[in-house]
Design a protein around this ligand. Structure first.
Ligand code: APR
Length: 318
C-alpha cells in the first residue's frame, strides 16, 4: 500500500506531540489521526499547517474508533510518565488499564493494523494488548510490537561517546525487554570491547539511561523527544517494509519463540526483520560472553514476571 494512515493514541502528550510532528514530515504517511482525551484537535490544527502532503485530523474523547478506522499503523504513547524514583514497572497500575481500553478499541476498529506500544511498562503492556486481541479472536503475533528502539539508540550513542566515533556508524545489538535489568546490550557482537568497570558502567548506563532524563526533568516526566525519534524511526521501518523494501531490521519486543520453551518467556526483544505482514524473521540472540549470559539470566527471570503480571491483569480485569 502506498497510502498509509497512521494513528497516534495519546498524541497530545510529551511523546505524542513530537512523534506526530515527525510523522507529519514522513512522506510515506498519507493520513495522520491524532487521538487524545485532551488537546488533540489543537495539536492537529498546529501540525496540519506543515507543508507536507499528508492530512491531519484530531480526535477527542469518545472518538477513538473513528481515529483508528482504516489505520495501517497505530502508535500508543498514551499513559502517565515516570516521576523521579519510579521504575517503569511503577507505572503499571495506571497504564495497564489505559492500554487495555485502547487495545479494545484497536481490536474492534482496526484489527489488522500494526500496533506499536510505547506506553510503559512495555514488558507488561505488550502482553496486555495481546491478551485483549486474543479475547476478541483477532490476535496476530506478527503485528504487535513493543518499541525498544530507544535502547539501541542510547546504546549506540553511549558507545560512540566512549570511543569518540560517529554514533551513526555504531550498531549495538540490544535484547531482552524495555526496563532496567531486562535491557541487555550485547557489546561483544558489535566489535566493541570494553572491560571491567568501564563495561559495567556502560551496561548500567544503557539499562538505566532513561533515569538520567527523569532526574534532569526534575519531576516533570521522562524521555519524550528521544522517545519520539525512536518511535518515528520504528514506524518508518514498518512503512518501508510495508511498501516493499526488503531487509528492514529493527530491534523490537515481540511474541518470540527464542526463550518460550527453555524459560517460559513468551515475549522477547531482539532484532527482527520486518515485511509487508509485520514480523518476517526473528533473529536469534547469537553468541554471548559469560558476562552477557549472566545479564541474560537476570533479564529472563524479570521478564517472565513482567509478562505474567500483564496477562494476569487482563484475566482479572477484562
Ligand atoms: N486515551 C488517550 N490518551 C490518553 C489516555 C487515554 N485513556 N490517558 C492519557 N492519555 C494521554 C494524556 O492526555 C497525555 O496527553 O496520554 C498523554 C501522555 O502524555 P504525557 O503525560 O506527557 O506522557 P509521556 O511523557 O508522553 O509518556 C507517555 O510513554 O514512554 C512512555 O513511560 C512513558 O508511559 C509513559 C508514556
Amino acid at each position: 500500500a502506498n497510502a498509509s494512515k497512521v494513528a497516534i493514541l495519546g498524541a497530545a502528550g510529551g511523546i505524542g506531540q513530537p512523534l506526530s510532528l515527525l510523522l507529519k514530515l514522513n512522506p510515506r504517511v498519507s493520513e495522520l489521526a491524532l487521538y487524545d482525551i485532551v488537546g488533540a484537535p489543537g495539536v492537529a490544527a498546529d501540525i496540519s499547517h506543515v507543508n507536507t502532503k499528508s492530512t491531519v485530523k484530531g480526535y477527542g474523547k469518545g472518538e477513538a474508533k473513528e481515529a483508528l478506522k482504516g489505520s495501517e499503523i497505530v502508535l500508543i504513547p498514551a499513559g502517565v510518565p515516570r516521576k523521579p524514583g519510579m521504575t517503569r514497572d511503577d507505572l503499571f497500575n495506571t497504564n495497564a488499564s489505559i492500554v487495555r481500553d485502547l487495545a479494545k478499541e484497536c481490536a474492534e476498529a482496526c484489527p489488522d493494523a500494526s500496533i506499536l506500544i510505547i506506553a510503559n511498562p512495555v514488558n507488561s503492556t505488550v502482553p496486555i494488548t495481546a491478551e485483549v486481541f486474543k479475547s476478541k479472536g483477532v490476535y496476530n503475533p506478527k503485528k504487535l510490537f513493543g518499541v525498544t528502539t530507544l535502547d539501541v539508540v542510547r546504546a549506540s550513542r553511549f558507545i560512540s561517546e566512549l570511543k569518540k566515533t560517529d554514533p551513526a556508524n555504531e550498531s549495538i545489538v540490544v535484547v531482552g525487554g524495555h526496563s532496567g535489568a531486562t535491557i541487555v546490550p550485547l557489546l561483544s557482537q558489535s566489535g566493541s570491547e570494553l572491560k571491567g568497570e568501564q563495561l559495567d558502567e556502560y551496561v548500567k548506563r544503557v539499562q538505566f539511561g532513561g533515569d538520567e532524563v527523569v532526574k534532569a526533568k526534575d519531576g516533570k516526566g521522562s524521555a519524550t523527544l528521544s522517545m519520539a525519534m525512536a518511535g518515528a524511526r520504528f514506524a518508518e521501518s514498518l512503512l518501508k517494509a510495508a511498501q516493499g523494501q526488503k531487509g528492514v531490521i529493527e530491534p523490537t519486543f515481540v511474541d518470540s519463540p527464542l526463550y518460550k520453551e527453555s524459560h517460559g518467556v513468551t515475549y522477547f526483544a531482539s532484532n527482527v526483520e520486518l515485511g509487508p505482514n509485520g514480523v518476517e524473521k526473528i533473529h536469534p540472540v547469537g553468541d554471548v560472553t559469560e558476562y552477557e549470559q549472566k545479564l541474560l539470566d537476570v533479564c529472563l527471570k524479570d521478564l517472565k514476571g513482567n509478562i505474567e503480571k500483564g496477562e494476569k491483569f487482563v484475566k482479572e480485569n477484562p
